[in-house]
Ligand binder design. Structure first.
Ligand code: RB5
Length: 156
């Protein structure tokens, strides 16, 4: 544990895996900001992605975890916020690389895609891996510069 606060959100498809991840985080000593959902009632993943994004923006948390059925909806929604770099991961190699190369600040996972053991391994890797910097700094800066892009020639 390193004092970072971890915000975590899930829809109904990810709520069971979220519970396991919250338990692991608590056991590992991470302060957890659990943003729901908390039960099987169907909800809309963009609402919980937004809660995670807002927690990071407002400094209530340092990193985020997002879980839905596939992880895809959460990652699409989260990456619409310009301060978010969400990585959808299904294995520990991706969880390591998204930190080393992309300085990802949110880990998205699909509860219907990976098992609990793999998800915890991804979470642990994500939290314990640092950003490599160097040549990756320039590339990550270009991601930030993409905020609100317009397509040249379309007028949009
Ligand atoms: C909910 O049924 C499901 O669509 C959601 O959890 C997620 O997989 C969407 O990307």
């Amino acid at each position: 544990m390193d004092g970072r606060v971890v915000a975590i959100g899930a829809d109904h498809g990810g709520v069971s895996l979220k519970s396991s991840l919250v338990s692991w985080l608590s056991d590992a000593g991470y302060p957890v900001l659990d943003l729901g959902t908390d039960g099987p009632v169907p909800v809309d993943y963009p609402d919980f992605a937004g809660a995670v994004a807002c927690a990071l923006r407002q400094g209530e948390a340092d990193v985020g975890i997002a879980v839905c059925g596939s992880g895809i909806g959460m990652s699409i929604a989260l990456n619409r916020y310009h301060w978010i770099r969400a990585a959808l991961c299904s294995d520990v190699t991706a969880a390591r690389l998204c930190r080393e190369h992309n300085n990802a600040n949110v880990l998205a996972m699909g509860a219907r895609v990976i098992d609990e053991q793999t998800a915890i391994a991804c979470l642990e890797t994500f939290l314990r891996t640092g950003f490599d910097g160097g040549r990756h700094e320039r590339r990550v800066a270009k991601l930030s510069a993409l905020s609100g892009p317009t397509l040249s020639g379309t007028g949009s």
